[in-house]
Design a protein around this ligand. Structure first.
Ligand SMILES: C[S@@+](CC[C@H](N)C(=O)[O-])C[C@H]1O[C@@H](n2cnc3c(N)ncnc32)[C@H](O)[C@@H]1O
Length: 411
C-alpha cells in the first residue's frame, strides 16, 4: 500500500483525526506518533494540513457527507473519516479529485471503499459545491461562545501568524524592521506564519521568544517590576516567567510538572533571564515568603488556542470545562489567601469559556482593579466589568490573536 506516493501522509492524517475525535487525544500528542513513519518534511506538512483542515471544517464536511447518503453513516465509521479527509483535500487544499481518490481510497477495502468512492463521486458531480465562508460550529460550541461565535469561527479559518516577544522593548521598531514584521505593542513583533524561527536574527542570543500577543497581556498588566517579588503560579513552559523577569520582577516560578519546568529552565538559560524555580502542587504548597504580586495563569481547556489547535473545539465539552473550572477555583482560593495586603493578583486562562473566565473572576472576593484601554494594544478594549477577554475574531485585519480571559485585583 505504501508504494502509492502520498498515501503515508493520508494514512497519518486519518490516524490523527481518529485519535482526536474518538479517543479525545490532542493533535499535538498524536502528531508525534503519526508523523514518525513519514520521511520528508513536505509529506509531514501535508499530513498536518489535511488533519488541520478536516478538524477546522468538520461540521460542514459531515453535513456534505450526510447530504449524499440515504442512511447516515455512524460518526466513528472509517469511511466517514476517510471521506472527511478526502473532502478537506479537495475543497480546502485544492487537490484535484482524481488525486484525492487515488491517495485516499487505498485506506479502505471492500464495501466501505465502494461506499466512500460513491459518496465522493456524487458530491464531486454536484454543481457549485463549496464550503461556507466561515466554518459551522457544533451547536453546543456556538451556544457557549454566544454573540462572539461567528467572529471566532471566522478567526479559526487561518492558522495564526508567528508572534515574538522581545526581551528589550526599546528595540521593537528596529527589530521589527530588520525581520520584516509588524508590531502591535511595545516588545511585540508579528511575522508571517511558517517563518522558520531558528533562522531569524539573534535566535541563539536569546533576545526574544515565541509568544502569542494575547498570551503576553496578563504579565503586561502587572507593569514594571523594579525588583519587586512576583509569584508566577503555574509557570511552565515559562513565557510569562521570561516576560516578568525581563520587566524587572524578582520571579518565583512554580509548576507541578518537572518535565515542563525543564522547559522553563531551558528558556531562562537561552534568554539569560533569572527566576527561582519551584516544583510543587500549588494546592498543597505553602509560600515561605510574601509576594508583591501573584500571576495565576491557570490550567484550562485552552479553547482560546483553537486557531493553532483546531482539535480543541472537538475534544472539549461540558465535562472538561467543569473539571478545569473546579481546579481554577481551588487555585484562585490559594492565591487570594497567600496575597498580602497591598498586593496585586492577576488571573488568566487561555480559554473562551465563561465558566473558566468571568465565573471564576466573579468568585474572587477582592477589589478589582479594572483593566483600561490605555493598557491594551490598539483595537482591544476591556469588558464593561474591567476584565480583558480576547478571542481569535479580534484584530482580524492584523492576523488575529488567541483567546484569553484576564482579571486583576488588589488586596
Ligand atoms: C496554562 S499553563 C501555564 C503557561 C505558563 N504560565 C506560560 O506562560 O508559559 C498551566 C500550567 O499549570 C500547571 N499546573 C497544573 N496544575 C497545577 C498545580 N496543581 N500546581 C501547580 N501547577 C499546576 C501545568 O503543569 C501547566 O504548566
Amino acid at each position: 500500500m505504501s508504494d502509492i506516493s502520498g498515501l503515508p501522509a493520508r494514512r497519518a492524517a486519518l490516524q490523527m483525526i481518529d485519535a482526536v475525535l474518538h479517543r479525545g487525544e490532542t493533535l499535538e500528542t498524536v502528531e508525534r506518533n503519526a508523523l514518525r513513519r513519514i520521511r520528508g518534511p513536505a509529506d509531514q506538512a501535508l499530513a498536518r494540513a489535511i488533519a488541520g483542515e478536516t478538524l477546522r471544517w468538520l461540521t460542514d464536511l459531515d453535513m456534505m457527507i450526510d447530504s449524499a447518503m440515504k442512511k447516515p453513516l455512524p460518526h466513528d465509521a472509517k469511511p466517514r473519516s476517510v471521506l472527511r479527509l478526502m473532502l478537506a483535500q479537495w475543497l480546502r487544499l485544492d487537490t484535484p479529485p482524481h488525486a484525492v481518490i487515488a491517495t485516499a481510497l487505498p485506506l479502505l477495502t471492500g464495501g466501505p471503499r465502494r461506499l466512500a468512492h460513491g459518496v465522493f463521486s456524487t458530491l464531486n458531480k454536484r454543481d457549485g459545491l463549496v464550503l461556507p465562508d466561515i466554518p459551522t460550529l457544533a451547536p453546543e460550541v456556538e451556544f457557549r461562545w454566544g454573540d462572539r461565535a461567528d467572529a471566532i469561527a471566522a478567526g479559526i479559518v487561518t492558522p495564526p501568524p508567528l508572534d515574538l516577544a522581545l526581551k528589550d522593548w526599546s528595540q521593537t521598531e528596529e527589530r521589527a524592521e530588520a525581520m520584516g514584521g509588524i508590531s502591535l505593542a511595545p516588545g511585540h513583533i508579528r511575522l508571517p506564519r511558517g517563518t522558520p524561527i531558528d533562522q531569524l536574527p539573534s535566535y541563539k542570543d536569546g533576545d526574544w521568544w515565541v509568544q502569542d500577543l494575547a498570551a503576553t497581556l496578563p504579565a503586561r498588566l502587572l507593569g514594571p517590576g523594579a525588583g519587586k517579588r512576583v509569584l508566577d503560579l503555574c509557570a511552565a513552559p515559562g513565557g510569562k516567567t521570561m516576560q516578568l523577569a525581563a520587566a524587572g520582577w524578582n520571579v518565583t516560578a512554580l509548576d507541578i510538572s518537572e518535565r515542563r519546568l525543564d522547559r522553563v529552565r531551558q528558556n531562562l538559560e537561552r534568554t539569560g533571564l533569572q527566576a527561582e524555580i519551584i516544583k510543587a502542587n500549588a494546592l498543597t504548597w505553602r509560600p515561605a515568603k510574601q509576594f508583591d504580586a501573584i500571576l495565576l495563569d491557570a490550567p484550562c481547556t485552552a479553547t482560546g488556542t483553537c486557531r493553532r489547535h483546531p482539535d480543541v473545539v472537538h475534544r472539549i465539552g461540558e465535562r472538561q470545562i467543569e473539571e478545569q473550572a473546579e481546579l481554577q477555583n481551588a487555585l484562585l482560593e490559594r492565591a487570594v489567601e497567600w496575597l498580602p495586603e497591598g498586593s496585586t493578583l492577576i488571573y488568566a486562562v487561555c480559554s473562551l469559556e465563561s465558566s473558566e473566565g468571568e465565573a471564576q473572576a466573579e468568585s474572587v472576593n477582592l477589589a478589582p482593579v479594572p483593566i483600561t484601554s490605555e493598557e491594551l494594544p490598539g483595537g482591544l478594549e476591556p469588558t464593561k466589568d474591567g476584565w480583558l477577554k480576547t478571542d481569535p475574531g479580534m484584530l482580524a485585519d492584523a492576523g488575529g490573536l488567541d483567546g484569553f480571559f484576564v482579571g486583576r485585583w488588589r488586596k
